[in-house]
Design a protein around this ligand. Structure first.
Ligand code: PLP
Length: 499
């Protein structure tokens, strides 16, 4: 406004770059300290009311010195993060970030490119990163791929290509009601919730996803139940289109029999998609890569560099074997998006493989992660998490007040505190309370889940900072808090009082 009044032209560049430089150095110093001391802080802490109030403030009309803005971040943001950079964070399933990844986020913004496509280094880096991930997954160079926000979008893109490939009509132009037969997709009852959502978005409806029962011991898809479902659909006029195999389930880390499913899909002429958001990267882990044998046979794979590669959020990737089918699903021609042999416009736009038009420069943080740490070390860290899960399992099996609730197949451990004197319902209350106290006291962050109808704690070790003594502490604290809760007596009243 001031500039406007004086008739001056304005810019967002600082008036004084030296002040900005000094503040930037301070931010880097603080950032390094923040990461270096992460182990000494609680995993998580509740925001006080005054911090919450700050997030109710209205639109800032007037400018504020960046130093003051940064103070708000150090006071009201950084102490109250989700906690996943902490060594004892094992909730849900996510990576713990890295300093190289953080620097990459900054540098990507400094470069500032929109990576929808163009004749620029960022496009080449994007193609190179997709090429590296293809190679890491064992796919041929002729395959295509694209970086996306995460696994949900990666799966959506793959299922979109699969739907169009098998529709029998041109679904870029026609509606799904013009398909000769309704399509069916198949996945185990352990599959991630994003697949149902994707089929909803794709207009097929969540009912187009047939959940196939999983083996109660291994939690893998039951192959004979799959074959029966496919043949029944065929005789009922429904068109089987795609099998979604899970390589690493969220509940227990189960990996479907990928080789058997590859053969089944070949025989039946079905699209073979793998949701490898958890397990695909196990292919780079020297001691465990055999677990995902058959991965390279899929028609499409979704993977998540923001999980086991610890790339800062967001970074997902989808790889499609048949690049032409991929392009046919998303490429557009528009007069304002012409392709040239010379100048800035590209020979081929990267958004030809993606739903988005403008795209962030997320390739840089994957590129920097892979180059700086190297695939060998990143693979060893995956092995390390898997052996830590086995270590925790062994401690649980050896103790009489802890119960293992599912086989430990990868890096996910499901268990509960138990006594002989409490019902299933009471155990659910005790273990929920253990989980909440661990979180609220900032000791550790497990989540909970239900396995075969029984409630339990769930520890997913996707964390390059976790050490075995963190798991020792977890076990000790679960027992201490479990005993404490029983001693308080509230659980026994529960049975009599509330329903
Ligand atoms: C995390 C996950 C997803 C979803 O990925 P986002 O990156 O959270 O979008 C899908 N499938 C599986 C098996 C997952 O673990």
């Amino acid at each position: 406004m001031a500039g406007d009044q004086k008739g001056l032209e304005e810019t967002l560049d600082p008036e004084d770059w030296e002040t900005m430089r000094r503040l930037s150095y301070r931010i880097v110093d603080d950032a390094i300290e923040h990461l270096r001391s992460v182990r000494d802080r609680p995993v998580w802490q509740q925001m006080p009311a005054e911090v919450l109030d700050g997030y109710q403030e209205g639109v800032p009309e007037a400018p504020e010195p960046l130093e003051k803005t940064y103070d708000l971040i150090t006071k009201n943001l950084l102490p109250y993060s989700l906690g996943n950079i902490h060594p004892r964070y094992w909730m849900w399933y996510m990576g713990s970030g890295s300093y190289a990844g953080a620097l990459a986020e900054f540098l990507a913004a400094i470069d500032g490119s929109n990576v929808g496509g163009g004749n620029m280094a960022a496009s080449e880096m994007d193609r190179q990163v997709v090429g590296w991930l293809k190679e890491m997954m064992g796919f041929p160079t002729s395959a295509s791929g694209t970086l996306v926000s995460g696994g949900t979008m990666a799966n959506l893109i793959a299922l979109n290509v699969a739907r169009n490939a098998n529709a029998g009509v041109d679904l870029r132009r026609e509606s799904i009601s013009s398909m000769p037969q309704p399509q069916r997709f198949y996945a185990s009852d352990q599959a991630h919730s994003c697949h149902g959502k994707a089929l909803g978005v794709l207009g097929l409806g969540e009912n187009a996803l047939q959940k196939i029962r999983s083996d109660s011991r291994t939690c893998r898809i039951d192959l004979s139940a799959l074959a029966t479902a496919v043949s029944e659909d065929r005789s009922n006029g429904v068109m089987p289109a795609c099998v979604i195999a899970t390589a690493g389930s969220v509940n227990s880390g189960a990996i479907d029999d990928l080789t058997a499913i590859a053969e089944f899909c070949e025989r039946e002429g079905l699209w073979f998609h793998i949701d490898g958001c958890i397990g695909a990267l196990v292919r780079i882990a020297p001691r465990n890569r055999h677990l995902v044998e058959g991965l390279e046979r899929a028609d499409s794979v979704a993977l998540d560099p923001h999980k086991w590669l610890h790339v800062p959020f967001e970074a997902g990737c989808v790889i499609i074997r048949d690049a032409e089918l991929h392009r046919r699903t998303f490429s557009v021609t528009a007069e304002y998006l012409e392709e040239f042999e010379r100048g800035i416009a590209p020979k081929e736009y990267l958004h030809a493989y993606n739903i988005q038009t403008s795209r962030g420069f997320r390739a840089l943080k994957v590129w920097m992660t892979l180059r700086h740490y190297g695939v060998e070390k990143l693979g060893r860290l995956i092995d390390q998490n898997i052996s830590q899960a086995a270590y925790l399992r062994d401690m649980i099996v050896a103790s009489n007040d802890l119960e293992l609730m599912a086989p430990v197949l990868l890096n996910i451990v499901c268990f509960r505190f138990r006594t002989d004197n409490h019902s299933e319902d009471e155990l659910r209350h005790i273990n929920t309370e253990i989980m909440l106290r661990l979180q609220e006291k900032g000791i550790a962050a497990p989540s909970d889940t239900t396995i075969a109808g029984r409630h339990c704690l769930r520890v997913a070790i996707v964390n390059h900072r976790t050490r075995k003594d963190d798991l020792d502490l977890l076990v000790a604290e679960v027992r201490r808090i479990g005993t404490e809760i029983i001693a308080e007596g509230a659980i026994d009243q529960l049975e009599k009082g509330t329903p």
